[in-house]
Each structure stands twice: as structure tokens, then as C-alpha cells.
Design a protein around this ligand. Structure first.
Ligand code: DGJ
Length: 728
């Protein structure tokens, strides 16, 4: 049994071959029972706690045991001065929640969360769950804190739910999903960025005092991905301990780490507590989103691979989860808003000839949308552009042997729209305040059930009418001056969370009603590249930046937690529209096929030679697609540190190695790339020209051709790929 309770020692042991978590029940000097977080890391036995004295009261006045104990569920208001997980104000406004541990449950499997995305099991044997039960005798508030251990990955998914079982209303003012306390000091690694510059890897000491990674934007954001890793100084890609923290949530959030005065590091993660309050009437419950914790002793790659495995198979869902994702052509950078039916058909026809499987019509097909000033909310085709309507275009695309996909931005509204004329109160806004403009659009109040229902029916109707096979779900504005016409003053502070719950409800309904439609997440690129979205949409447009060189860093960073099968990557035209860089089609193809391959250009504007090259890329991709999407992805060299970035993918006996050079450097020794974790044996190149032993590849390294004699140099912005098979 991977979760055990030692009744004598009062210790819970969440146990896996690669990790242990120990939680001990203790009686506090005030008579309460509590649960302490005693160990998270490498596998241990509960005996390791036998000599450990808990820090009791210290003689300097204010630092009681509360300030030292590693509480499993720290609450606010009673002398634990580190970041709390939970804070509840009672009917008199007093914030002092002292939880009394009352019992536990252990069961096989995992219960779904209600209305929130979460990891799941298909068989009960895939996970086991521990629920710790707590109660605050003063307010009657009870808490269920769940820890689910996944058998295959060793990941531990944590969340809690809070119920008002008292006699008076209370207000939850902070409800984080998890708290961990680890001895010692750590670096904190996270992925920061901006629009078109997502997933930059940054690592810095967690420090005394709080270090916070936060989004206040209403979306998980380009700026800070909802993911962090605590890691000792020496940890690298292949060695050392790492503690991953990945929040399954798409709204405003925070992850706070603080090294305390005793040099323990506490980390709490969950809904952003800054603009949050949730009144709980008697009998009501509140559930936090889920956080997935992952410990490794073997470096960041091992952590990432286990996240990839978990998210691919126990977070992504539905018809498309395990299916080969279609190679798509998207018209956005080919035409922007300026297209008509004929132009679209020319692109689609050429795309079909090149081997594409899906044609995606992006922004501009509805209302009177010839630019971004109008029509969001009016999801009816513009017959000036599509005289035969969506259905006719869809039939024509299908007749070319392609699937047909459509862009939506369901959460948004333009003031210049029929929807706004009919429902001005459906806007999120702070009445009588000037509104900060952002891309000429505003946000629909998705906290309202009537707005949610309207959007479910509207989008559903277009999908059915248009015979749509794929949806690109975009979201291009963050929150400012928000308020909901339907919420009370007490409920407004929960608006960020109520909004995202509404978004999830709409996504759940649409993906259920249209189980065969492939949904792709997008938020101006990677503004909502998060596990919450992956629950509804198995692939995400990682960035609006489609420049191959910029993409190396973005995809490398994203791979810390997200599997390549979740990352949509397009080959676009040169000069690149975001950075004006000119790179070869070869490089663009190799970078894009490291994720889910697509194209975002006008194939009719290319030369015959370029079209032939694309045809060959697509053929190769289809041949390798199962390796690329289901294989084990390993980062070998970082674009953040070196001029040559590299990764490998292993699937059964297949091995793919990709290396990319940014700028050519003169006069170098031959460059060797050491591969990693290969099965013992020999690997032969796909053209049978060479055979390498796994030991040589891992210990000595593979010579990569960026250092050839002068006349054979690959030069700046070049890519290289090798496909080998293990031979017996
Ligand atoms: C932002 C997206 O990220 C782009 O790919 C494109 O769909 C535009 N929106 C359309 O407005």
C-alpha cells in the first residue's frame, strides 16, 4: 500500500519508489491535534523521525512553536508568521483559524474536483489518495486536505476543500491549494516572459523574506507561468534534487516561497490571495484548484519527463489525447483580416497538396471584423467575405480532404458589436470609471450563468452548422477595472476566480457536446499555457512568436513542465513577422516539428523549391510523429546558456537528436553532444550509414556538424537532426 498510517507513531507515509512524504500527527501545547509536514524528498522510512525533536516554545517572547512548526495546513492569525495556506474570517470579522486534526481517509483512485480541471485516473489502481480532516471548533469550518499519489510518475496532486459546518457565515480570505515546508535553503526556478517572449527560465535564491511569483491578470499569463521548482544550488538537468510545483489553474494565482528564520523554506501555491474573498454561508463549500508536486533526485530532466507523462495521460483527456494531431495550415499570418472565400480556398488547396491535414480559419470570419476594433461576440459569419456562408466553405475544405478549423475568442466582447448593443451589462467593468483600452476589446462577464449558457449555445451552434473539426480558443485581454453587475459587494472580491470557474464550465460543456472536435488553447500565444487549459484542450499555441530562433528558448523553457505533444509550433514566413529575422525553411521545420507541427504562411507565395521542401518536411513529420509526440523528451543543451541548443527524443528503439546553432563560431574543436539515458545497445542511423554504441553516444558524445571544414559549415541559424534505431 503506497499510503500507510502508522497508528502508534501517528505518521502518514506517502510512499513511492522515487519519493516519500511523511506527515505526522502531533498534539500541540494548546491541546489541539495538528498535522506536520515532516519529510518530502527521497524515499525514507518513518523511523527517520524518531530522534527529531520538534522546536518548542522559545524563550524570546513572540516566537512560539507556531512560528517554527512545519504545518501541513498552516492557517493565519495565531503566531505562524510565514505564508499561510488558509485564512478565514469569522462572523465578527476575526481572522484566527486554528485547525484541529480530526481524522483521515485513505482510498484507491482519485475523486474528480467539482468544476475545476485536475489530474485523473482511469483505473483505481493508478493512484491512491489520503484525505486529512480538520475542524475549527470556533467557527465550525471543516477542511478536507487531499494528497493523491500517482503510481507511475510518483507525482502527488494536492488540493483542499473548505466547508462551513458552523452556525454563522464566514469569509474565506485566503485559500491556497498546498503548503510544503522543507529544511534548508533553495533556489527558485520559474518561467517568466512577456507576449511573444514566453517561458524564459530564471533561477534565483528563494531567500529570507518572501519571493512571490504571481499573476493578477485574470489569466495564468505570459509573464509568469504557474509553475516553480525549488532546487538546491547544485541541481542541474541530469543531477540533483528538485521539487516541482505545477498549478492546475488558468486564473490569477500566486506561488510564494519564504526561507524562515530557522532556515526552513515554506512554499504555498494557489489562487492569488490579493484580490480574493469568498463568503461561505452555512453549509456551503469552497474547493481550491489542484497543485501537482513532483520530487526527483535525478535532475530537472527527470522531473520534466514525469510531468510530461502525467499530463499527457492523466490530465489531457478525450478523443484527441492519444491520437496523431493533424498537421495544420493557419491563415493568420498569411492574410491577417484580409481574405475572402477564394483566397482561403487557394491557400487550403495548396496546403492539401503539400500534405496538410487541417485548414484553420483564424480571426476575421465573423461580424464585420476587418480589423480588431469590432465584432467580438457576434459569432456569425461575415457573408461579405464568405458569400456562401461557413457551411459552404467547410464543405469545400472537406472536399479537399482537409479538416476544417475555426478561431474563436468567446470570452471577449467589442463595444462595436450587436452583442454589446443587446447586453451592455454583460461586460466586466467597474461602473463610472474610465476603462483602460486593450486591443479595443473588453471581457464578457463569464461569472454569470446566463453569459456562460449563451456562449455554450452560440459556439455550439456554429460548430454544428459549420461542420467544424477544430477550434482555436483565443483570449487576448487581461483584467482591469473589473466588476460584475450580478455580484454582491461581498462576492466581488472573488470575481477573478468566479470568472475562471465560468470559463471552465463553458469549456467543459463544449468539449462534452463536441467530443471529436480538437480544441487548441491560445491566449495571444502562451498567455494561458497552463495545466488547467490542458484538461480541456490537449494542445496549446505556445507563443505568437514563430521565429525559429526565439522559439528554441520558448519551447525549451516550456518543456520544463509541458510535453511536446501539448505545444503547437508553426513554420511561418520570412522575414519573420515578430522579429524580422530570416532563417532557413529547414531550421523552421526542425524547430516546429519538435512540437505539434503546423504552418502559418501563404503556400501560394512560395517558390516551387520551398513547396517541395515543405512537402518533404510534412512527410518526414508524419513518419516520425508518434516518436515526437509519445517519446521521452530530454533537454541536452540550453539555448539560455549556449550557442548550440539540443534535445533528444527516445521512443522504444527510435532515437531522434535535434541540435540548433544560433551563430556560427570560427575555429572550434569538433563539437560533441553527449546523449542521455539510452538503452544499452547499438544505434544505427535511418539511412544505415553509421552505427554507434549507446555507451559512446552517452559517454564520449556525438559529433554534431557545426564545426565542419569551412566549405561544409552549416552557418548561422542552422538546425540538424538525426534519426537512429536501436539494433539488436
Ligand atoms: C492572437 C493569437 O495568438 C494569434 O495567433 C491570432 O489568432 C490573433 N490573436 C488573432 O487575433
Amino acid at each position: 500500500m503506497p499510503i500507510q498510517y502508522d497508528a502508534q507513531g501517528r505518521i502518514f507515509h506517502i510512499q513511492h519508489t522515487v519519493t516519500s512524504m511523511l506527515l505526522s500527527v502531533e498534539t500541540l501545547p494548546n491541546g489541539y491535534d495538528t498535522v506536520l509536514f515532516r519529510h518530502f524528498g527521497a524515499p525514507v522510512s518513518p523511523d527517520c523521525l524518531q530522534d527529531e525533536e520538534l522546536q518548542r516554545d522559545r524563550w524570546i517572547s513572540f516566537d512560539s512553536y507556531h512560528a517554527a512548526y512545519p504545518y501541513a495546513l498552516p492557517t493565519a492569525g495565531h503566531g505562524d508568521f510565514r505564508p499561510a495556506q488558509l485564512s478565514v474570517r469569522d462572523k465578527d470579522g476575526i481572522n484566527c483559524t486554528l485547525l484541529h486534526y480530526t481524522g483521515y481517509e485513505i482510498y484507491d483512485g482519485k475523486q474528480p474536483l467539482c468544476g475545476l480541471p485536475a489530474t485523473y485516473v482511469e483505473q483505481e489502481s493508478e493512484a491512491v489518495t489520503l484525505v486529512l480532516l480538520f475542524c475549527d471548533p470556533f467557527t465550525g469550518v471543516t477542511v478536507r486536505s487531499s494528497y493523491t499519489l500517482f503510481e507511475e510518475s510518483g507525482a502527488i496532486a494536492v488540493h483542499c476543500s473548505i466547508t462551513n459546518n458552523g452556525e454563522y457565515p464566514v469569509t474565506v480570505t485566503k485559500a491556497m491549494s498546498v503548503s510544503i515546508t522543507l529544511p534548508g535553503d533553495y533556489d527558485l526556478l520559474h518561467l517568466h516572459g512577456a507576449w511573444a517572449r514566453e517561458c524564459t527560465v530564471e533561477r534565483a535564491p528563494a531567500m529570507h523574506g518572501e519571493r512571490v511569483i504571481r499573476s493578477r491578470r485574470g489569466a495564468s499569463s505570459h509573464q509568469h507561468n504557474p509553475f516553480a521548482v525549488l532546487l538546491p544550488r547544485g541541481t542541474g538537468e541530469f543531477e540533483g534534487e528538485a521539487f516541482g510545483v505545477s498549478l492546475v489553474y488558468s486564473g490569477s494565482y500566486s506561488i510564494t516561497a519564504e526561507q524562515d528564520e530557522l532556515d526552513q523554506t515554506r512554499l504555498v501555491a494557489g489562487i492569488n490571495e490579493e484580490d480574493f474573498a469568498w463568503p461561505l454561508a452555512v453549509g456551503e463549500s469552497f474547493q481550491t484548484p489542484e497543485v501537482v508536486l513532483l520530487y526527483t533526485a535525478n535532475g530537472l530532466n527527470d522531473m520534466s519527463q514525469r510531468y510530461h507523462q502525467l499530463y499527457r495521460t492523466h490530465l489531457c483527456r478525450g478523443y484527441w489525447r492519444d491520437r496523431a494531431r493533424p498537421v495544420l495550415f493557419n491563415n493568420w499570418e498569411a492574410t491577417y483580416f484580409h481574405f475572402n472565400q477564394e483566397k482561403l480556398l487557394t491557400i487550403a488547396k495548396s496546403a492539401a497538396e503539400l500534405g496538410a491535414e487541417l485548414f484553420v480559419l483564424d480571426d476575421g470570419w465573423f461580424g464585420k471584423r476587418d480589423d480588431d476594433t469590432t465584432s467580438l461576440g457576434d459569432w456569425v459569419e461575415d457573408t461579405a467575405k464568405l458569400p456562401g456562408g461557413l457551411k459552404e466553405l467547410s464543405d469545400q475544405i472537406h472536399a479537399l480532404g482537409l479538416q476544417f478549423g475555426l478561431w474563436f475568442e468567446p470570452e471577449m466582447i467589442s463595444v462595436r458589436s450587436r452583442l454589446y448593443e443587446q447586453h451592455p451589462d454583460w461586460l466586466l467593468c467597474a461602473p463610472n470609471r474610465p476603462m483602460t483600452p486593450s486591443r479595443n476589446q473588453h471581457i464578457l462577464d463569464f461569472s454569470r450563468a446566463d453569459v456562460q449558457d449563451y456562449m455554450i449555445d452560440t459556439v455550439s451552434d456554429v460548430l454544428r452548422r459549420g461542420g467544424i473539426d477544430y477550434v482555436k480558443w483565443d483570449m487576448n485581454r487581461h483584467f482591469s477595472e473589473i466588476g460584475s453587475a450580478q455580484l454582491s459587494a461581498q462576492q466581488q472580491p472573488g470575481l477573478h476566480h468566479r470568472y475562471i470557474l465560468g470559463v471552465y464550465r463553458v469549456m467543459e460543456a463544449l468539449t462534452r457536446r463536441h467530443p471529436h472536435v480538437l480544441f487548441e488553447g491560445c491566449s495571444g500565444g502562451g498567455g494561458r499555457l497552463d495545466p488547467g487549459m490542458l484538461f480541456y484542450m490537449p494542445q496549446i499555441w505556445v507563443s505568437d512568436n514563430s521565429d525559429a530562433v526565439a522559439r528554441l528558448s520558448i519551447q525549451y523553457g516550456a518543456s520544463l513542465v509541458y510535453p511536446p505533444s501539448a505545444m503547437c509550433c508553426h513554420v511561418s514566413a520570412v522575414p519573420n513577422h515578430q522579429v524580422l529575422r530570416v532563417t532557413s525553411l529547414d531550421l523552421r521545420g526542425k524547430v516546429a516539428m519538435s512540437g505539434v507541427l503546423g504552418y502559418q504562411l501563404d503556400p501560394t507565395a512560395l517558390s516551387d523549391a520551398e513547396r517541395a521542401e515543405i512537402r518533404a518536411q510534412i512527410t518526414l513529420y508524419k513518419e516520425l510523429r508518434h516518436i515526437l509526440s509519445d517519446g521521452t523528451f530530454t533537454r541536452l543543451q540550453s539555448p539560455f546558456e549556449q550557442n548550440v541548443c539540443a534535445w533528444q527524443i527516445v521512443h522504444g528503439d527510435d532515437l531522434l537528436v535535434f541540435a540548433f546553432q544560433t551563430l556560427q563560431i570560427a575555429n572550434r574543436l569538433p563539437m560533441k553532444l553527449r546523449l542521455h539515458g539510452l538503452l544499452k545497445g547499438h544505434y544505427q542511423t535511418a539511412d544505415h550509414s553509421k552505427t554507434y554504441s549507446s555507451d559512446d553516444l552517452c559517454a564520449h558524445g556525438l559529433v554534431i556538424p557545426f564545426t565542419r571544414p569551412h566549405d561544409q559549415l552549416l552557418g548561422d541559424f542552422s538546425g540538424w537532426m538525426m534519426h537512429c534505431k536501436r539494433v539488436k
